[in-house]
Ligand binder design. Structure first.
Ligand SMILES: NC(=O)c1ccc[n+]([C@@H]2O[C@H](COP(=O)([O-])OP(=O)(O)OC[C@H]3O[C@@H](n4cnc5c(N)ncnc54)[C@H](O)[C@@H]3O)[C@@H](O)[C@H]2O)c1
Ligand SMILES: CC(C)CCC[C@@H](C)[C@H]1CC[C@H]2[C@@H]3[C@H](O)C=C4C[C@@H](O)CC[C@]4(C)[C@H]3CC[C@]12C
Length: 369
């Protein structure tokens, strides 16, 4: 009797479970959620590493599907106790068109909410983003802010617009009656810039540095701080929120939490050098190589070229007016809301996060050994 009372019984669904963050959430759940009976991983593209997870004690179910397709989402959600909705079209470079970004991020989220309501699934955790708040296009700094810091969240770019809309839908859905009459309990996590094993932009910078003979050239003033958080700690926050949402529904339902850890406050480039430096790259210059006005012109030219070339090819450089504004505006968080509400402490220290990320960069093909 006692044994059956303790038997794992929960079914979790992770949308976007094959992405950069999604993979860490999936692995973290399997390692650290003892109540898990079945883990469903829903993604547009299923990764080969899923196969190795299927041999463990938890039933791992891989579902190839599209969040924009309501019936596919409904089928995946049916019977799940908790949904972690991480799937998103993350694009700030103009690779996808704005309509698709809206469909995946906003309509996809509506589909997830409706599926929870219809299926009687009571707990929904949404992966939002710091971009829901800022930096705004006016370049206002957000310095060590928290969830209550006033800030003019004004967006024009499709990605932050879509994340902001989706987050609002998720929070407004808190308290809706799901099938069976119980209330839906939702909350949203807002990571700052995530780094760690599998981070594609870090990989890109590393390759760029190798192409430039082991050098990267400073673009952003060292004084501009950009918030960063280790992927393992973001995953851990998701696991904890999902676990604590049922017993602490009145406190946590409808809340937003920034994702934070002990990663140091630095500029985007100086922070990257914490990992790329030990892997043989050097950041040249104590001040930006080009003045801001010239960068701004180049970013605008890139945007124009992207528009003109679109009928022929996809031109998607890293530098555009939006990425320049984000990288060039201080945006850092300092909060303990997650600690107060559900006992969050980072699972990985800064030293651990750094060591793990360096070890991963060293495995990237073409690395300086
Ligand atoms: N990377 C960051 O720095 C960062 C920061 C803050 C918030 N976030 C948020 O974290 C989440 C994960 O981001 P990531 O960096 O891991 O991105 P990612 O692109 O690596 O992962 C997103 C996953 O969603 C899947 N997906 C995309 N469209 C889909 C669809 N129509 N149906 C089903 N699955 C679909 C993709 O295949 C991918 O596996 C996103 O919600 C993003 O907004 C990321
Ligand atoms: C050439 C330079 C001027 C700019 C190069 C860096 C640029 C590509 C980086 C800087 C900051 C990065 C964003 C930031 O870390 C946070 C997020 C939130 C997340 O939800 C999606 C990714 C995003 C927008 C990062 C994208 C890459 C950015 C703009």
């Amino acid at each position: 009797m006692a044994e059956s009372a303790q038997a794992p019984k929960l079914v979790y669904l992770v949308t976007g479970g094959c992405g950069f963050l999604g993979e860490h959430i999936v692995r973290m759940l399997l390692e650290r959620e003892p109540k898990l009976r079945e883990l469903r991983i829903f993604d547009l593209h299923l990764s080969p590493w899923l196969e190795e997870l299927k041999t463990g004690p938890v039933q791992v179910t891989a579902i190839q599907g599209d969040v924009t397709q309501a019936h596919e989402v409904a089928a995946a959600v049916a019977g799940a106790h908790v949904v972690i909705h991480t799937a998103s079209l993350v694009d700030v470079f103009g690779r996808a068109n704005p309509k698709t970004i809206h469909e995946v991020n906003v309509q996809g989220t509506m589909n997830v909410i409706e599926a929870c309501v219809q299926a009687g699934t009571q707990f929904l955790v949404y992966t939002s983003s710091m971009e829901v708040v800022g930096p705004n296009f006016k370049g206002h700094p957000f310095y060590r802010g928290n969830e209550d810091t006033p800030y003019e969240a004004a967006h024009t770019h499709p990605y932050p617009c879509s994340k902001a809309l989706a987050e609002r839908l998720v929070l407004e859905a808190n308290g809706r009656k799901v099938r069976g009459g119980m209330p839906l309990v939702t909350c949203a996590l807002r990571p700052t810039g995530i780094y760690g094993e599998g981070h594609q932009i870090m990989r890109d910078f590393y390759h760029q540095g190798l192409r430039l003979g082991g050098r990267l050239f400073r673009t952003i003033p060292a004084s501009v701080e950009h918030g960063r958080v280790y992927v393992g700690n973001v995953a851990w926050m998701h696991v904890l929120v999902a676990r604590e949402l049922p017993p602490r529904a009145p406190l946590m339902g409808g809340q937003v939490y920034f994702c934070y850890d002990k990663s140091p406050y630095k500029s985007y480039e100086d922070f990257n050098m914490e990992f790329l430096g030990p892997c043989g790259l050097r950041l040249v210059g104590t001040r930006p190589l080009l003045p801001y006005w010239l960068l701004f012109i180049l970013a605008t030219l890139n945007a124009l070229l992207q528009y003109l070339l679109r009928p022929l090819l996809l031109y998607t450089p890293l530098l555009n007016p939006y990425t320049l504004a984000v990288a060039n505006t201080t945006f850092t968080v300092s909060t303990n809301k997650a600690q107060r509400h559900f006992g969050y402490e980072p699972l990985f220290s800064w030293e651990d996060s750094r060591r793990r990320t360096i070890r991963w960069v060293q495995t990237i093909k073409g690395s300086v050994q």
